[in-house]
Design a binder for this molecule. Structure first.
Ligand code: SAH
Ligand code: SF4
Length: 347
């Protein structure tokens, strides 16, 4: 049994079933998520008898790094993890310097599935199909790993933008958010966590009712159904009209402004006409558009738009009243950019 799969309540229940007082659960939780210790022997204020039982019946870690790559500027680290069934996923840690004097950001990008069933043609993860969902503990452990190897830079943000579609693994994703948010433990505010979705409408509607303050990013990439059907196959199930209605309702229910991600592909979705179409689609919405330069993916014919074209697209959107920023992808030299994560067997 893996401790990272348990909520604090479940851990308390487990220790109580062993005849232990409830407060030991709080201590274990603190060691695990605040002190970040492994193994159990390091939990020095627990009775030896409890440490021994934990050691024989529970696991603190179920996965380990198989390969670690650091970008030349040392700000981005990509780790390939081996899960306990031998499957693999990748996660990325990105450190951004703050403005003069301000605390920088340390963002961890986690995977939620091994592979992805949605199959967007420009994404490395989608090219090899779907293997399985990750458990909440496997999601949480990715964050803990980077917190341990970069102790000088506490994790400030977690984004669910690695491999897989988080809203297709809804329960584990929400449980991971709640675990990382626990004030007695890792204590990361839900406002500092962002879920990215390809547009799973029922998931967005459910998330709106969850009572979390997590951010929502929607991968738009096209403002017409004809084009989006090709770029994000999920659009055939949940077309733009339904997706945008769910986004509007999400904002109404949570008060959180939605981010629309839009990857710019040369000659595909990057003309002034496309920008005009998008401004019509989003008009009157309180939202933000993140324009992302496409990252190259082997076996995909999609090419990134030129810098000039990307700037022109951004200018056109802004002229039409849509706030848009052009995002720089980090860690391109180690294939750690958006859409470049994949499993080991594909290397
Ligand atoms: N499945 C979710 C989250 C993981 S993908 C989703 O699609 O939103 C995270 C982001 O990377 C998405 O916005 C996705 O469209 C983007 N992405 C995928 N392939 C990319 C590529 N080759 N270049 C740039 N961004 C890419
Ligand atoms: Fe899946 Fe997102 Fe990649 Fe599409 S872009 S295949 S939804 S991980």
């Amino acid at each position: 049994m893996s401790l990272t799969d348990l909520s604090l309540e479940e851990l308390t229940g487990l220790l109580e079933s062993w005849g232990e007082p409830a407060f030991h659960a709080g201590q274990v939780w603190h060691w695990l998520y605040r002190s970040l210790v492994t193994p159990f022997a390091g939990m020095s204020d627990l009775p030896l008898r409890l440490r021994q039982r934990l050691n024989s019946e529970a696991l603190l870690q179920t996965m380990g790094p198989l390969k670690t790559l650091t970008s030349t500027d040392r700000r981005t680290i990509k780790v390939l993890f081996r899960l306990d069934d031998g499957m693999t996923v990748e996660s990325v840690s990105m450190r951004r310097r703050g403005a003069s004097g301000a605390q920088g950001r340390h963002t961890v990008c986690v995977s939620t599935q091994v592979g992805c069933p949605i199959g967007c043609p420009f994404c490395a993860t989608g090219q090899h199909g779907f293997q399985r969902n990750l458990s909440s503990g496997e999601i949480v452990e990715q964050v803990l790993h980077f917190a341990r190897i970069r102790p000088a830079e506490p994790v400030s943000n977690v984004v669910f933008m690695g491999m897989g579609e988080p809203l297709l693994n809804y329960d584990a994703t929400i449980k991971a958010i709640r675990t990382l948010n626990s004030p007695q433990g890792f204590n990361l505010g839900t406002r500092h966590m962002t879920i990215s979705t390809a547009g799973l409408v029922p998931g967005i509607r459910r998330l709106a009712r969850e009572g979390l303050q997590a951010g929502l990013a929607v991968s738009l990439h096209a403002a017409s159904d004809i084009l989006r059907d090709k770029l994000v196959p999920l659009n055939r199930r949940y077309p733009l009209r339904e997706l945008l209605a769910a986004c509007r309702d999400y904002f109404a229910a949570t008060g959180r402004r939605i981010t629309f991600e839009y990857v710019l592909f040369d000659g595909v979705n990057d003309s002034a006409k496309h920008a005009a179409q998008m401004s019509r689609l989003l008009s009157g919405m309180n939202c933000h558009v993140n324009l992302i330069a496409a990252n190259p993916v082997a076996g995909s014919s999609f090419q990134p738009s030129s810098r000039e074209q990307a700037r022109a697209f951004q200018t056109e959107l802004r002229r039409r009243g849509i706030t848009a920023t052009l995002r720089r992808s980090m860690g391109a030299d180690i294939q750690a950019g958006c859409g470049q994560l994949k499993s080991a067997e594909c290397h």
